[in-house]
Design a protein around this ligand. Sequence first.
Ligand SMILES: Cc1ncc(COP(=O)(O)O)c(C=O)c1O
Length: 448
Amino acid sequence: MALAGAARAAVSLNAMSCAAGGSAKDLGAPSLAALPVHRLSSTAAHGVQLPAIRPMMAAAGHHAKSCKVQATVAAAPAASSAAVQEEGRVYNFAAGPACLPYNVLKEAQADLINWKGTGASVLEMSHRSKQFLSIIQKAEADLRELLAIPDNYKVLFLQGGATSQFSAIPLNLAGPEDAVDYVVTGSWGSKAVQEAGKYAKANLAATGKPGKFTDIPPQSEWKLTQGAKYLHICANETIQGVEFKEYPEVEGETVLVADMSSNFCSKPVDVSKFGLIYAGAQKNVGPSGVTIVIVREDLLGKAQPSTPVMLDYKIHSNNESLYNTPPCFSIYMTGLVFADLLKQGGLAAVAKKNEEKAQLLYDAIEGSDGFFKCPVAKPVRSLMNVPFTMRDPELEAEFLKEATAQGLIQLKGHRSVGGVRASIYNALPLAGIQKLVHLMKDFQAKHS
Ligand SMILES: Cc1ncc(COP(=O)(O)O)c(C=O)c1O
């Protein structure tokens, strides 16, 4: 049977019983009507056409005879980079949405039409089904294990991006007359403090702006407010490539709040030092659509009365992130990424790889005799986003063109700062950085 036929069978409500302990009807008929069969049968994750699934299934020793076959294609084996190249994949240095682990994409591809024998895709499941509950609960459990999140912290899977948290944080953690401190080390912190000013007395305790955000102002110069409800930092500024290597201590009732969007799960973090951590998934842990908030329980339930229901942490916490329809597929994908990170040995192992990757690139920049330059002060250079410029800025366009031609994509710096930026998140393989460094050396030799 052609796979498209299998897919048609797979979306039938009469498909086989559920491996996760439920039946297809638990998924809820209305949500199953959501996607037309021809869309499901012709396109898999990330626009990969269905024929691409066939060799993978054959390699896994399965035959596309029935929907049951699809159901039994579980996690794809770890792929060599040769296999990745075979599928025409490139090294994607995008800042976010960013590259995802190949294994995870393969697993999602295999699951797309028929998740664990339910006969339906995660894209079509009711968020109230026991299948989806098993997905979100496992995602949370795996994240708790990865970050060793203490029991007195809640984990929320929310929508609206990290940008919504810029408003939700002051609305939930402060009153309109309360002081809240911000140390701004780049573009995202700037946006956060601006938004906070609408809902609380936002104090710019320090800013790296005069130095063009190339360093973190020394803590001795921070003008913190006594009794501030919280101190907000951006753990890693994605655009400027400035990363906190150590987190500041706070005093009294003040809690530390961190935007970890672009270094979330890139290394171990002592969660107990924070009142709240938040991160959009689309850099290190999944596709866009879900934002993770980790918040200390005692901070909940004090939101300003005018707080929109969708921004009230207590409501989401009381409802286990299911107050309304959550971004189900994004949550499922982040769950696959968390499981993959655990399989890699957890965040200490991941951090080691990230250090090695970043070192290789920074060494290449430093060793270029000024041909390539990183403007960021060495002690705060990000392990995730590496911005650099060229001695001759006129060569940048040619460099980027050559990089793209070699399958090294999305290296253009953010439109606000220009230059080159290599985002080297967890899922960007070492081989991609080796290839970039090779190109940098070749390019320099050609133009010196
Ligand atoms: C550090 C940081 N914070 C916040 C944001 C905004 O995230 P979102 O687009 O999910 O609202 C981004 C986006 O790139 C970011 O890098």
